[in-house]
Design a protein. Structure first.
Ligand code: 13P
Ligand code: SF4
Length: 361
């Protein structure tokens, strides 16, 4: 254990300034030595920390070199000149970084940083779907394994899903694996969407009724929701978008009261930055996978160069193509407008496609 010396206090005081309204000062002496050590190790090893918007404020504000949503982190991974990328996020994000930066060492500090969406579908499922819908292009949310990306025509994130679906120029598209994201996209486009029965275990817990109750108890509140929430929740929200789009909304509009219907740390991270001006109402849910990343395991990851992300080249080559196609499209920002246009969406699952028999590649 590294001691909280006066030297460390002096070096880390400016960082504590950034988080002092969301991290109690009694907790800082246990965090500061780890923050200091990570910043030393990054310089020694020419490493960068890419942190998702759901990381806790100690990671997000004190050790991250870049923060953002899935799309922004993928773009950064491609641009960085560092030798080592530490992904403070979940495994699919680290795999995406590795796909875009194959010559760099990509580390994920915790092997438990999974994702319920990524776990909902396999490459074999996608092969079965393609057999059921021959010729229909497959758009895959980045929240998937490299194996699933390898079976896809192009990837998307919540920031660009509508634009990617429309950019293909087809009147029918398979959009995987988040059922709710697919339904929310379907409500915004004329393109017919075929979905998969995956869910984000964090966002599926929010209900429209809960939001109505908050509106009643907090008059004037602006409700912002991530499109992994159900269509009913999005109907109830004032704005929907990727994690970074939600942050941008608060920064630009400065609502007096805001509720971010997403993972808990987002509100802490924005609140640390803008202070008391905006009141955050927090009916948030924790992502247990994101929360397996800690200052301690980032230190260990950099000291021991563990856990390195590797992808078999045959899968990587095809997965990379799907991610690169998305990044090269440079489309972003076609938002989830507030309009009620729910459409019927076919939702497939393993049972409905496996009856077609096994398909070899
Ligand atoms: P964003 O791409 O909007 O950051 O979302 C990623 C994610 O995992 C949300 O649950
Ligand atoms: Fe996956 Fe949901 Fe966690 Fe995002 S919040 S990483 S979609 S489980």
């Amino acid at each position: 254990m590294i001691k909280y010396t006066s030297e460390i206090a002096k070096a880390t005081d400016p960082l504590f300034e950034k988080v002092k309204n969301v991290i109690p000062s009694v907790e800082w002496p246990t965090m500061a030595p780890l923050v200091h050590r990570i910043n030393e190790l990054k310089a020694e090893k020419n490493a960068v920390v890419l942190a998702h918007n759901y990381q806790t404020p100690d990671i997000y504000h004190c050790v991250a070199d870049f923060v953002g949503d899935s799309l922004q982190l993928a773009i950064q991974a491609q641009k960085t000149e560092a030798d080592i990328i530490v992904q403070a996020g979940v495994h699919f994000m680290a795999e995406t970084s590795k796909l875009l930066s194959p010559d760099k060492t990509v580390l994920i500090p915790s092997l438990d940083a999974g994702c319920s969406l990524a776990a909902s579908i396999t490459g074999q499922d996608v092969r079965q779907l393609k057999k059921k819908y021959p010729g229909v292009p497959v758009v895959t949310y980045v929240n998937t394994s490299a194996d699933v990306k390898a079976e896809s025509d192009i990837c998307c994130t919540s920031a660009n899903a509508i634009a990617v679906v429309e950019a293909l120029g087809n009147d029918r598209v398979i959009l995987l694996p988040d059922e709710y994201l697919s339904k929310n996209v379907a409500a915004q486009t004329e393109v017919e969407i075929i979905a998969w029965q995956g869910r984000c275990e964090v966002h599926e817990r929010f209900t429209a009724e809960e939001l109505r109750d908050y509106r009643e108890s907090s008059p004037g509140v602006s409700i912002l929701a991530h499109p992994e929430c159900s269509p009913e929740v999005l109907e109830e929200a004032d704005f929907a978008g990727s994690t970074s789009a939600l942050i941008r909304y608060v920064n630009v509009n400065r609502p007096q009261k805001v509720m971010m219907v997403t993972e808990c740390s987002m509100s802490d991270n924005v609140s640390a930055e803008i202070g008391e001006e905006v009141e955050f109402i927090r009916p948030c849910n924790l992502c247990p996978h994101m929360k397996t990343i800690s200052l301690q395991n980032i230190v260990e990851s950099l000291e021991l160069i563990r856990h390195e992300v590797t992808i078999p080249e045959e899968i990587a080559a095809r997965g990379r193509q799907a991610v690169k196609r998305m990044v090269d499209l440079e489309v972003e920002g076609k938002g989830f407008e507030k309009r009620s246009n729910q459409r019927d969406v076919i939702v497939e699952d393993r049972a409905s496609v496996s009856s077609l028999g096994t398909l070899s590649r």
